[in-house]
Design a protein around this ligand. Structure first.
Ligand code: PGA
Length: 251
């Protein structure tokens, strides 16, 4: 099954509008017309609207880093999937470990957000990943596959075609401590097996599973060479055009 790799930049809480525009202009100046891979940037909410016209008709898609689950209402501070769709977003990250850690997003909330994104035609990128103590205790696969099952509750085969999963071991995020390609591949295969059990083999084989956690220019090639790694969710190295462009150009 052909899965078009998806290289995504998660800018987290970085970049003013001016800085965001400069980064996107630098990316667009050098990206060319990649045909065998998809590229996505997920800037902070404040930069989405100004970036939208720059990215329309470009090879770079626009996504948000989070979303609330209602389309409108008295929810102070929240951003709805309708609003994201309205300004040209096509993707949204849900369940990032930093959301789980600092904002209390649990599997139930992640599942609600994922359904809300799907209902508005957005592709959710659902993040899962274990902590270091969980890995050391031999629980990594159990934790991650349980997150996959809970986060995908009530998702149909049809909807699953729009979903991307990102395996991001928490201990690898922002630490420079990447999972080895073998360990990442093992987890990606376990996630795909879980998708086969939840849906069917054809559906599971069509789902893109990204790896995230200290993806850099010097490790992207060996990660992307793994059969079940279908892309990267890149934090720190997506904040500079030079390093993100090199990651986009993985081979
Ligand atoms: P990192 O972040 O590349 O800086 O480790 C990845 C992420 O959190 O998505």
């Amino acid at each position: 099954m052909d899965r078009t790799p998806l290289i995504a930049g998660n800018w987290k809480m970085y970049k003013t509008v001016k800085e965001a525009v400069e980064l996107v202009e630098a990316l667009l100046a050098h990206i060319g017309q990649p045909s065998d891979r998809e590229v996505l940037v997920c800037p902070p909410f404040t930069a989405l609207y100004p970036l939208s016209p720059l990215l329309a008709e470009s090879p770079i898609a626009l996504g948000a880093q989070d979303v609330f689950y209602e389309s409108q209402g008295a929810y102070t501070g929240a951003i709805s999937p309708l609003m994201l769709q309205d300004i040209g977003c096509s993707y949204v990250i849900v369940g990032h470990s930093e959301r789980r850690q600092y904002f209390g997003d649990d599997d139930t909330l992640v599942n609600r957000k994922l359904h809300a994104a799907l209902a508005h035609g957005l592709h959710p990128i659902m993040c899962v990943g274990e902590s270091k103590p969980q890995r050391d205790a031999g629980q990594a696969t159990a934790i991650v596959t349980a997150q996959v099952r809970a986060g995908l509750a009530e998702v149909t085969v049809e909807q699953m075609r729009s979903v991307v999963i990102a395996y991001e071991p928490i201990w690898a995020i922002g630490t420079g401590d990447t999972a080895t390609p073998d360990d990442a591949q093992t987890m990606h295969a376990a996630i795909r097996q879980t998708l086969t059990e939840l849906f069917d083999a054809t559906t599971a084989n069509g789902v893109r599973i990204q790896y995230g956690g200290s993806v850099k220019p010097d490790n992207v090639d060996e990660l992307m060479a793994q059969p079940d790694i279908d892309g990267a969710l890149v934090g720190g190295a997506s904040l500079k055009a030079e390093s993100f462009l090199r990651i986009i150009q993985f081979h």
